[in-house]
Design a protein around this ligand. Structure first.
Ligand code: DOR
Length: 443
């Protein structure tokens, strides 16, 4: 099957150019092919931009075990509708993905149920360092250095040292200091005010844990990726660690701050917590400066009934995978960043951080994971339109300009103008960890 996409403004690694792109089966076969090229389908993409499909390297899709909140079927539809062609999913499902066998069970679920491409992290426990050292078919190891949703936690120094010493896969972590959070919880015991969530999971908690993880990574010379940076303090000190350490920011930490609790209450109760307006600004600054390289969502859905329990019984987490690309494309339209930066943060950098083979760029020989985006399309985010199982968004009622209008997964069109190709199945992402990560693969 050959598809020729004509007349789009194509975001290539070094420029944006109006060139044709030929897809042959699941690969990008030619860029700017000769006029005489024929294809089974010709797409006239006049007025649209063609970008690599988004790779969201931090999602919680809840399957197996928590499928009343979300599942791979709904979440992967949300991906396709949002221009996300590959996701990397976290291990705090039930059972936790903490062995190769359990990881492979999740890979089998991905093959069965996901419309888009998939990968799954393996989770660390205080006891499974040996297992982690043998793990494969995974982007890397996830450590909850501070506890969040679920019971995965590795807080003891000795266990952390062992994991960093024994393993070679890249490590990523949820960085909030457990001791600090526990002490703050006692201080605010009895509170029912969700604003206290940001006082309990405070600056100190985030900064202590991130510094601790960086220290481990440096001493063990181990590749490390800081998830969901939430404070300006971290944003300022990241980036000084050579090729060893990368970091990411999430839309909720870029767009929400404590002033939004009045409007949104515990819908924006997240771990790490939402911080202040100056932190929003610092995170953007760090993205622009390259100290933070990736934007990912931490898509962490809970039902509205669960959220309605009120703080602190309400669980932390919010859904975002469906709207993340539009949220950032809207920033392009506001003049706050460029389309090339968006592609770097959301497509190219995650592929390079996790050594994903043949994804994240529009280049000959790369996988045909693509999104056609309409930078002029204005659309309102509405709960009832969401593909996610939980069917709500903290951005409900917000109108954004710049949306994916078609999504291709491995050469197949899976989404067009609101319609999904429900029977499509994505493929397992492939990794080449010998490549050495973000800086090693930078041109
Ligand atoms: O608030 C959060 N919820 N943060 C995380 O990192 C995990 C997530 C979840 O799984 O619900």
């Amino acid at each position: 099957m050959k598809t020729l996409i004509k007349n789009a403004q194509v975001v290539l690694p070094k420029e944006i150019a109006q060139v044709s792109v030929l897809i042959e089966d699941d690969k990008i076969a030619a860029i700017d092919p000769s006029i005489a090229t024929t294809a089974d389908e010709v797409v006239d993409a006049e007025g649209l931009h063609l970008i690599p499909g988004v790779i969201d390297d931090q999602v919680h899709f809840r399957e197996p075990g928590l499928t009343h909140k979300e599942d791979l079927t709904h979440a992967s539809r949300a991906c396709a509708a949002g221009g996300v062609t590959t996701f990397l999913e976290m291990p705090n499902t039930i059972p936790n993905a903490i062995t190769q066998e359990l990881l492979e069970d999740k890979l089998a679920l991905g093959a069965q149920n996901s419309m888009v491409n998939y990968g799954f992290y393996i989770g660390a426990t205080p006891e499974n360092a040996e297992e982690l050292s043998r793990a494969h078919r995974t982007p890397g190891i996830k450590i909850f250095i501070g506890s969040s949703t679920g019971n995965l936690l590795v807080d003891e120094q000795e266990a952390l040292e062992r994991i960093f010493a024994l393993t070679t896969l890249p490590i990523t972590a949820h960085c909030e200091d457990e001791t600090t959070v526990r002490a703050n919880k006692e201080k605010y015991a009895g509170t029912t005010d969700v604003r206290d969530h940001s006082r309990i999971r405070d600056y100190e908690a985030a900064v202590i844990a991130t510094r601790r993880a960086i220290d481990l990574a440096q001493r063990h010379n181990h590749r490390f990726h800081v998830l969901h940076v939430s404070t300006g303090i971290e944003a300022d000190f990241l980036g000084d660690f050579g090729g060893l350490i990368t970091a990411e920011a999430c839309p909720h930490h870029l767009f929400f701050n404590v002033d939004d609790y009045d409007r949104l209450g515990n819908l924006i109760q997240m771990n790490p917590s939402i911080k202040h307006a100056e932190d929003n600004a610092k995170l953007w600054e760090a993205l622009h400066a390259g100290r933070i390289q990736v934007i990912a969502t931490d898509h962490a859905p809970h039902t509205l009934e669960e959220k309605a329990q009120g703080y602190p019984a309400s669980p932390s987490g919010l859904p975002a995978v469906e709207n993340s690309l539009a949220l950032i494309l809207n920033e392009v339209n506001q003049g706050n960043c460029t389309l090339q930066q968006v592609v770097s943060w959301m497509c190219d950098a995650p592929a390079r951080v996790w050594d994903i083979v043949n994804k994240g760029r529009i280049e000959v020989g790369y996988d045909a994971d693509l999104a056609l985006v309409d930078m002029n399309l204005r659309k309102e985010i509405r709960n009832e339109d969401q593909q996610t199982k939980c069917k709500w968004s903290p951005w409900n009622g917000v109108t954004l300009q710049g949306w994916a209008v078609r999504t291709y997964v491995m050469g197949t069109e899976v989404y067009r103008d609101g319609q999904l190709k429900l029977d499509h199945r994505g493929q397992e992402a492939q990794y080449d960890h010998a490549r050495g990560g973000f800086w090693a693969t930078q041109d």
